[in-house]
Design a protein around this ligand. Structure first.
Ligand SMILES: Nc1ncnc2c1ncn2[C@@H]1O[C@H](COP(=O)(O)OP(=O)(O)O)[C@@H](O)[C@H]1O
Ligand SMILES: [Mg+2]
Length: 282
């Protein structure tokens, strides 16, 4: 019987094949990485657009009241003219009051504009002040829907609440958490549960070089079956047009990737608790 003779591959050819295989693999990995990066960038871009959409909704709400007031005043001027009551005093009063309303509207746009300026360099900033800016933007919405907000910056943390990062990005992350708390409270009411007043509590504490920001609400909490998915992009339990599913994904990117902190969720009695942990700057 003849034993099978294996043909030996000369070492040089084997080397070449190996090298070629290596190069192909490296190229494939590079192509995959590039594809991933591109997808991630696209996703971030889309989250920005979605976030802008949510914020435009807030502005529209903030504008409704001054717009109504302006409409009433313009009608008043016309009526005063028709009844021969339009004197200089009346006109001056109306102009003054109209200008106040216009100023309010313009202020909302400035707040919004400051928000949207992203890509700013990282710098140290006060977390409490940044959160306060977001609260100002949302105050009208919360007031109309009987939602009380308590913002507690514990005294021992006050001088430690300086954090490092892009202030506008951080504001965006906090906005997303607060908007979710608001959505949860409204949804709970829509389902007929009697919660006379919505409650959102924001607490800043700090110890051992860490700043901890806790945002909790009485919106009923996160159902156990979805809790593992809430940070996934495009995961939403809200009706179309109400939720884009990118708010928490974006907040996590900002807090964890950009600011090197962590963001996680828990349930409390009657609501959800989102915790942001960051290193204190300086
Ligand atoms: N405060 C909260 N209370 C209860 N559920 C929440 C809360 N925040 C987020 N969620 C859940 O997480 C999901 C994802 O949130 P998010 O990424 O902001 O997307 P969206 O708000 O557009 O649905 C929400 O649809 C909701 O089911
Ligand atoms: Mg959201």
């Amino acid at each position: 019987m003849r034993s099978s003779i294996r043909r030996k591959v000369p070492a040089e050819i084997a080397d070449n094949r190996l090298r070629h295989l290596n190069q192909t693999l490296v190229r494939q990995v590079e192509q995959e990485t590039e594809k991933r990066l591109l997808q991630e960038r696209l996703l971030i871009q889309q989250s920005r657009m979605a976030a802008m959409g949510e914020m435009i909704g807030v502005i529209a709400h903030q504008w409704r009241q001054p717009l109504n007031a302006l409409a009433v005043m313009i009608q008043n001027i016309q009526e005063a003219y028709e009844f021969g009551e339009l004197d200089q005093g009346f006109l001056e009063d109306m102009v003054h009051r109209s200008m106040q309303q216009i100023h309010t509207m313009s202020k909302t746009i400035d707040d919004f504009g400051n928000f949207q300026r992203s890509g700013m360099p990282h710098a140290a900033f006060d977390a409490a002040r940044a959160i306060n800016d977001v609260l100002i933007l949302l105050s009208g919405l919360f007031a109309t829907h009987s939602i009380d907000v308590v913002f507690a910056c514990k005294p021992d943390a006050e001088h430690q609440a300086t954090i490092m990062g892009c202030r506008n990005e951080f504001k965006q992350a906090i906005f997303n958490l607060l908007k979710n708390a608001y959505d949860a409270i409204l949804e709970r009411r829509d389902q007929g549960e009697l919660i006379p007043r919505g409650k959102i509590l924001i607490e800043i504490t700090g110890s051992a070089g860490r700043v901890v920001i806790a945002v909790s609400d009485n919106g009923g909490g996160i159902p156990a079956e979805i809790v593992d998915r809430i940070f996934d992009p495009y995961f939403s339990t809200k009706d179309q047009g109400k939720g884009s599913g990118v708010g928490l994904y974006m907040a996590k990117l900002i807090i964890e990737n950009s600011m090197k902190g962590c963001l996680y969720a828990n349930n409390l009695q009657g609501g959800a608790l989102f915790t942001v942990e960051l290193a204190a700057a300086g």
